[in-house]
Design a protein around this ligand. Sequence first.
Ligand code: C5P
Length: 230
Amino acid sequence: MTVAAIVPAAGRGERLGLGRPKALAVVGGLALVARAVDALVAGGVEAVVVVAPPGDEDTVRAALGSRRVVVVPGDDDRVGSVAAALDALPADADVVLVHDAARCLCPPEVVSAVIDAVRAGHPAVVPVTAVADTLKRTGAAGEVLATVDRSGLAAVQTPQGFDPPTLRAAHQRARERRAAGGPVLATDDAGLAEDLGVTVVTVPGDPRAFKVTTALDLAMAEALVSAGPA
Ligand code: C5P
């Protein structure tokens, strides 16, 4: 039995504005995608499929150096990119994690907590952190419509863990919804599993598993790496 992971790294990184895919941005001398793979392996992942921007597969392979990973081309959005990796998973995988390349500093303990929860029998698992900011619902002109009670809210990170049939069924359902012209709102894979009626359980996440989205996030990642292990 194998713990496998899919690393969607096919985003173009437009919000980061580096003029190249975000997963290839470098922090402390290593590409985000390479750091993300290393974090997964340190947490117990045995086989990794990285999803590259179509046409950039060789550049992504080069950034991964000697790491033993399968690289496949991605799709127009994150859901499609994850789906593109499903066929490349090892046949004997009993746990599949999906982990954003952009969450490159995720501590191994988060990875292993997700794996343990799936192995304990939960078909879908997400790491979460508390929401620190006050949250408000706003209208079209930016006006405040309401203050949202944050006590029942959590911020969701990756890696998200699944038993393989659940992840496959979730993506099959998303494909069907799309084909029927329906909305596929999920910005994460657990959202697709929820759509199947699967109960998603949570494990503690970690602030270091933040997603590198902006130049400020990249500077923060660089500072954390130069400060050394926390
Ligand atoms: O854009 P965002 O930061 O939400 O993307 C999250 C992750 O999904 C990133 O690691 C990005 O590379 C990946 N992604 C992808 N294929 C896309 C869009 C995003 O693999 N078409």
